[in-house]
Design a protein around this ligand. Structure first.
Ligand SMILES: *Cc1c(COP(=O)(O)O)cnc(C)c1O
Length: 416
């Protein structure tokens, strides 16, 4: 049996532990939902005040140059790049993940359509369990294009292996599954897509900042992801998009707004895409929100993804072990893979009354979340989650389950 003292000893030896002090975490809360909305960096409030009071309030329009507002998407992209194995000039922080996915998919389909041997490829391979917006965006784009593209949603890694073939134009996958935390083999699947002449887009929403990703070494083509999850950029903070350098010259997307123009201030009547990653932009960004992203990224700059990944696995291992030891006899089923190379940074357990159990946890200050059907999701953020937090959260779960202190109503019953 793992005791709380042993967890406290792990915290004492943890080199990342001091970084927790750079976050404002509410008292009495164990926050296990950083995979949905990251916690607030302490520097965020002062930075927001500076942007609002000085850059906007006093400097007004001059801030586009003076405060570097115009360069912010590319400057933040360069800061984010090392976290996903990308280089400088390859990432911009802009728009939402949904919109960036739309751009990447449109550009990837156009690149394929422009290749004489690939023009007949009409299939986009994805997963049925992908985050819904990814599927909706692909459905929206293909319906709107009306050129015979079809979406092929697969149900397992095995099916994925056979689904990718000579008809595949683009493979579009989320690296860490939002529901189960299961990870794809980025290198293996990318190589498989390329062997069949397909391009691949990786959604890193649940990986960036928690799982060591190397888009360059794994030869990915495009990647998108959120900054408001593990990267702690704040609610609705702009997302990111990465385009492999070899595709930058051929990257053309239909949201060709003026920020992606070669000379935005020349105010030309016709469109000419910027060189480099700036062509992935569209229009004016929410600067106040964008500025917050830097507060989160600056904390990552003090450590490295290898240390973060190793603590993440230690936290998720501990959580799984404690739940299995202390909640044995309760109808909990682990939905997350046990193998390290197949696990992201959140752990999901299914329970027939998962919704009610999670509500009871949240009422007692242990904040995870619930995803249909019956999945309780617990996110572990190495920058601020302690090993004792894991122990205390499981202790609360034991108390709720043993004492049957949860409602048996589902999410839908309780809405009405
Ligand atoms: C969270 C998440 C998104 C969110 O997209 P938005 O455009 O920011 O709403 C997209 N894809 C995946 C896989 C996600 O987990």
């Amino acid at each position: 049996m793992i005791e709380r003292d042993a967890c406290a000893a792990l915290d004492a030896a943890d080199k990342l532990a001091p970084l927790r002090n750079q976050f404002d975490l509410p008292h009495g809360v164990i926050y296990l939902d950083g995979n949905s909305l990251g916690a607030q960096p302490k520097s965020a409030a002062a930075r927001a005040a500076q942007v609002v009071a000085r850059e906007w309030g006093t400097d007004l329009i001059r801030s586009w140059n003076k405060a570097g507002w115009f360069e912010l998407p590319a400057r933040l992209g360069d800061k984010l790049a090392p976290l996903i194995g990308a280089g400088a000039g390859e990432v911009v922080v802009t728009d939402s993940t949904s919109i960036n996915l739309f751009k990447a998919l449109a550009a990837a389909l156009a690149i394929q359509a422009g290749k004489p041997l690939a023009a007949g490829r009409k299939v986009i391979v994805t997963e049925r369990s992908n985050f819904p917006t990814d599927i909706y965006i692909a459905q929206g784009l293909t319906t709107w294009l009306d050129r015979g593209y079809t979406l092929l949603p697969v149900d397992s890694a095995e099916q994925l292996a056979t689904a990718i073939d000579a008809d595949t134009a683009v493979v579009m996958l989320t690296h860490a599954n939002y529901r189960t935390g299961a990870l794809h083999d980025m290198r293996g699947v990318t190589a498989q897509a390329h062997r069949h002449g397909a391009l691949i887009i990786w959604d890193l929403a649940h990986s960036a900042g928690a799982v060591a990703v190397d888009v360059t070494a794994d030869h990915a083509d495009f990647a998108v992801g959120c900054t408001y999850k593990y990267l702690n950029g704040g609610p609705g903070a702009p997302a990111f998009i990465w385009v492999a350098p070899r595709h930058q010259d051929s990257f053309r997307h239909p949201l060709s707004g003026w920020w992606s123009h070669a000379a935005p201030f020349a105010m030309q009547p016709s469109y000419e895409p910027a060189g480099g990653i700036r062509r992935a932009l569209c229009g004016t960004q929410p600067i106040v929100s964008l500025a917050m992203v830097e507060c989160g990224l600056d904390i990552f700059a003090q450590t490295g993804m290898a240390a973060i990944r190793s603590k993440s696995l230690a936290l998720t291992d501990l959580f799984i072990a404690l739940v299995e030891q202390r909640c044995a006899g309760h109808p909990l089923a682990l939905a997350t893979p046990r193998a390290h190379q197949q696990r992201g940074s959140h752990v999901s357990f299914a329970h027939p009354h998962g919704y009610g159990v999670m509500q009871a946890l949240i009422e007692r200050g242990v904040i995870g979340d619930y995803r249909e059907p019956s999945i309780m999701r617990f996110g572990f953020t190495p920058l601020y989650t302690r090993f004792v937090d894991v122990w205390d959260a499981v202790d609360m779960l034991v108390d709720i389950l043993d004492g049957e202190k949860f409602s048996r109503d589902g999410p839908h019953e309780s809405v009405t």
